[in-house]
Design a binder for this molecule. Structure first.
Ligand code: DX5
Ligand code: ZN
Length: 217
């Protein structure tokens, strides 16, 4: 399977969201990566339901929604209504992670769990069989355009191992500082999906940059 590419709309031009959504529709991208930040779990605030619904109206590919929020449980159905297809919560934000994962699946979405750079992969061993996606953070969440943390490459290998050992079908996605160089290393380590924000939207030709990432595998 070729690597899935999920451009992060956090780096798009918010005054021209429809234009950028249509660019992604017409590109080789597989998903839309949507970063939701609440100013509590992470030191930044991005956007909420009205913006996600607006994106969903125009997007022709699945919405891969990454929640960087405290207490995600209370909003699961709202994210479904806004158009989320994959809903990823942070391990560090969920006291009753098993319940949260089941609630996401019961709402008809694919369930993902994200791990901050300091969180070991092992904490997922008792839920990995229930997951559709593991999101390895290769930056500390909160901002686009940060430097890639190399240990993420090692963690991709570890989580792949865990997935095989437990007979899970989860995909492994990596988020933060992805470019052609880090992307290639991540694919070699077993990554199934790459998120890329600033690398795509700050490039001269975002459509071509998406195609270049897609061509890495
Ligand atoms: C960071 C977000 C990322 C961000 C990635 O907290 O979760 O999805 O948009 O941006 P880049 O690709 O610029 O590191
Ligand atoms: Zn993200």
């Amino acid at each position: 399977m070729s690597v899935l590419v999920s451009p992060s709309v956090l780096s798009c031009d918010f005054a021209n969201i429809q234009r950028d959504v249509e660019m992604i529709n017409a590109s080789n991208a597989d998903w839309f990566h949507i970063d939701v930040m609440d100013g509590v779990f992470v030191p930044n605030i991005s956007f909420g339901f009205p913006v996600i619904s607006a994106i969903s109206k125009h997007a022709t590919k699945p919405l891969d929604v990454h929640l960087m929020i405290a207490n995600p449980d209370q909003y699961i159905l709202d994210f479904k209504k806004a158009g989320a297809d994959i809903l990823t919560v942070h391990y560090e934000a969920c006291t009753h992670l098993h319940r949260t994962i089941q609630a996401i699946k019961d709402a008809g979405m694919k369930a993902g769990v994200a791990l901050n750079p300091h969180t070991p992969v092992d904490v997922l061993q008792d839920v990995i069989a229930d997951l559709d996606l593991v999101l390895i953070m290769s930056v500390n969440p909160g901002f686009g355009g940060q430097k890639f943390i190399k240990n993420a490459i090692f963690k991709v290998g570890q989580v792949k191992n865990l997935i095989h050992r437990r007979g899970s079908r989860a995909l492994v996605e990596v988020d933060g500082g992805v470019n052609l160089e880090t992307g290639l290393e991540l694919i070699k380590a077993g990554a199934d999906a790459l998120v890329a924000g600033s690398f795509v939207f700050n490039s001269e030709n975002p459509t071509q940059t998406i195609a270049d990432l897609k061509a890495l595998s």
